[in-house]
Design a protein around this ligand. Structure first.
Ligand SMILES: [Zn+2]
Length: 461
């Protein structure tokens, strides 16, 4: 073979290999991909969130969505944010989704955020809140069918976003909106005549902006810390976050708007209970995002760092069988149902769990830290994390697993719904241990180091 033929032969061999080794054309900046899918149930299902509902859904106010934003940094490292118009994704489904994404796309848990808006007008999912709805066997089968299909939908959604990666630029900034009210410290009934509001709150509206190489808006990921409980009837809807996403997609045609829930567990939108109010709050939130988008936002370096852990959060001593029997006699509704189920577990020789693997995670996009925590996260966590890491930090609750409320030590001591009785709603045997808050924050400080979140300067003088 002549020398020229050898070169041609070598090129023929090398070219396909070179193409495989070089999956992205642009290795100097961000790559981003977005996808969205409708997940409105096609049949009536029980709706999640309010124990007062007595029958399955009766129609649709607007569609429910799952949405994904995939990012890849200059080194080819990827992250995937999935947002959903759902009450919360329980551990069983979250584990299934993340195990599948590990196999199909090689993504570790640290690289995936599964956040739910916590709308109270979405379907009940498998393995969650089993004591609070009086569902028959056929209802449970329908919930299982929907949940299994949801897993497939999220995998397909993630694939679409990851396969659609294209050169992009990414920006971050916090805005502000104030329609949330601390529900533990203010009476909804007397709100109209209150001249001041009490209790901690977080008015931040964190915004991520993603532009394509032509400078067009591809995606807006934005959040707020407030319960989507404006609506509670029998029609599917994303509540105020649904209206906010619709408003932004109308304002910026061709853009995908993804809502993530913050530390809104003890915050309610007040007043509430009408569709016009849900629209008002949606537009208010969209206007806050619009303001941020119209101003200079911080451009992020194409660098992704992620860290994830599960903290074994301790549970306090579980009730004995005689305590449960007493409680069954003096309680009713879901509380009685909870006690009956626990008693039957004891009678079957089961032992109650003494701790729970609680997910915490840190992303650092450029120098933008994002803290994600599982469960219904009260606002005190966002306030404390921002006190430690700076007001520019983003905090998400309701991420990767929603197993119950996550109170601060103060709320644990005060008790009430978020501090104590919500554990029954979620089927846990007892309250969280008093050192839970400190364990969670301690682990997040460690994860922030792992994710290279800027640390305070170590200067003695
Ligand atoms: Zn809630």
């Amino acid at each position: 073979m002549k020398k020229a033929h050898w070169i041609a032969f070598a090129l023929m061999l090398c070219l396909p290999l070179c193409l495989i080794a070089q999956p992205s054309a642009n290795k100097t900046g961000w790559q981003a991909g977005v996808a969205k899918r409708v997940i409105t149930p096609k049949e009536p299902l029980w709706m999640a969130g309010f124990a007062s509902r007595t029958e399955p859904s009766k129609g649709t106010l607007h569609d429910l969505w799952i949405k994904a934003l995939a990012l890849e940094d200059a080194e080819g490292y990827q992250s995937l944010l999935v947002t959903s118009d759902l009450l919360g994704i329980p551990k069983d489904l979250s584990d299934r989704i993340r195990e599948r994404l590990k196999v199909t796309h090689g993504l570790e848990k640290s690289q995936i955020i599964l956040n739910s808006s916590h709308t109270h007008s979405a379907p009940v999912l498998s393995h969650s809140l089993s004591d609070i709805y009086p569902m028959q066997a056929n209802h449970l089968q329908a919930v299982k069918r929907y949940s299994d299909e949801l897993v497939e939908q999220i995998i397909a959604l993630a694939s679409e976003a990851l396969e659609g990666l294209e050169p992009a630029t990414v920006f971050a900034q916090n805005g502000v909106a104030r329609f949330q009210v601390n529900r533990r410290n203010n009476s909804a009934q007397h709100l109209q005549r209150l001249t001041e509001l009490s209790g901690p709150m977080d008015p931040a509206v964190p915004v991520l902006k993603v532009l394509n190489s032509a400078g067009d808006l591809m995606a807006i990921a934005f959040g707020y810390a407030c319960h989507p409980t404006v609506l509670g009837d029998y029609e599917w809807s994303g509540d105020y976050p649904g209206f906010a996403q619709m408003e932004l997609e109308k304002l910026y045609p061709g853009t995908t708007a993804l809502f993530f829930q913050g530390a809104g567990a003890d915050q309610n939108p007040l007043p509430r209970h009408t569709v016009p109010l849900a629209i008002q709050y949606g537009k208010t939130l969209a206007a806050a995002v619009e303001r941020v988008l119209s101003e200079d936002m911080k451009a992020l370096e194409p660098k992704i760092r992620t860290a994830y852990a599960e903290v074994e959060l301790p549970l306090t001593k579980a009730p004995t069988s005689s305590e449960l029997s007493d409680y069954i006699n003096k309680s009713s509704g879901y509380q009685q149902q909870w006690a009956k189920r626990l008693l039957s577990r004891l009678e079957a020789g089961e032992k109650f769990e003494t701790s729970y693997p609680y997910p915490v995670q840190v992303w650092n996009l450029g120098d933008q830290p994002i803290f994600t925590l599982g469960g219904e996260l009260v606002v005190g966590y966002a306030i404390e994390l921002k006190r430690i890491f700076g007001q520019h930090a983003f905090v998400m609750g309701y991420s990767n697993d929603v197993m119950s409320y996550i109170p601060t030590t103060t709320i644990l001591r005060e008790g009430g719904y978020e501090g104590a009785t919500a554990q029954m709603v979620y089927g846990l045997p007892s309250t969280w241990g008093s050192d839970s808050e400190i364990m969670i924050l301690h682990r997040l400080v460690q994860l922030a180091k792992e994710a290279e979140v800027a640390q305070p300067e170590e200067k003695l003088f």
